[in-house]
Design a binder for this molecule. Sequence first.
Ligand code: ACO
Length: 386
Amino acid sequence: MNEQRIGGTTGSTQLPNRTTHIIGWGHEVPAATLTNADLEKIVETSDEWITTRTGIRERRIAAKGETTASMGAVAAARALAVAGITADDVDLIVVATLTPDHLMPSTAVLIKGALGGTRAAAFDLSAACSGFAYAYAVAHGFLTAGLGQRALVIGAETLSRSVDWSDRATCVLFGDGAGAIVLEALDLEAGEEAATRPGTLSFELSADPSGAYALWIPGGVGEGADPLIKMDGAKTYVYATRTMAAVATAAIERAGLTPAQVDLVIPHQANIRIIEHVSKAIDYPMEKIFVNLDKYGNTSAASIPIALSEAVAAGRLRPGDVFCTVAFGGGYTSGAFVTRWGADPAHGARAAQVDPAGIRVVRPEGGAKADEPPVVLRDFLRGGHR
Ligand code: ACO
């Protein structure tokens, strides 16, 4: 049995005449930046070590009042504006996150409240850094099964509040942010071929419990619940390099394509060395791989939708282009999907219609402790914009 695919769920689009396509996209990142030079003052590290081992130069950190729900809501509002629809046109909201505002209610419900729609079902999904691929697959299944017409698929994280800022092996890696897409059901014309039609083409999802405690947050319920990330970096690195290449290859094959027919790969933004390894392993040029981890670090479930949103804005995806996303993360999980882009990139300009100050997540009376940045970062985040 292929080790990377223990418990794997795979599949092409199920119904021959219905698929899904992306009609809206957007992202939101905090204004406050924490550079490698800042980190040198917090733990024993260096810009040189972080840059050469990971490729990360800076990351964004949520300020007081910024949370997974608030960033996810702004990203989602932008995706709705780009799609030219309102929250009431959405049947489902799925939020992939490992740093929800609370264990209950779900982040998705808080985002729904901020967006103001009445119809959508809403829930969170936990698959760590592979969460966006899992959430996309769940939304695709929901829509192709005929349960609705449109879904908001969101990846959002506030990892700065789940990082041990005295652990140099992890705290240099992670950052905060959110990305979102609107996925819509698309009925295909009779005889339309997968090789040319727009929309979602294939998935590869897997979960390997042998990594359950190599990358984890003990958390959960109970007195003294520990919310901080623990990681065996070396073991995770080895897993990541093997699984990313394997799931990307499987998803591309299932779409009936070869890597040469894929116009853009959008990998999970964890470490440039992992991405370079995948490039070599699947014989795919780095120039066609989208990378923004130097600016944001690893934003877990948010990394692929942020990268997708930036790739469209940068002119890296045109109608007719095929892209493949591929991720790995805690679980261990991994996931990939292949989609042919169909939307007009110019619609991205509509995101400017959204005033973030007008998107308000309902907070508990007196605020929540989790709304505060870690004390150790306060001196670096003063002023927000840097
Ligand atoms: N600054 C300076 N030195 C450091 C730092 C740091 N920030 N962190 C660790 N070190 C030291 C260690 O103490 C160790 O020192 P020692 O040899 O004296 O004991 C040494 O550097 C470790 O060196 P390497 O093992 O060579 O480090 P490596 O090249 O493996 O890089 C890294 C470490 C970047 C963590 C790598 O293993 C990695 O990227 N792993 C994958 C991690 C990952 O992507 N996790 C996210 C998963 S996604 C999710 O679901 C959240």
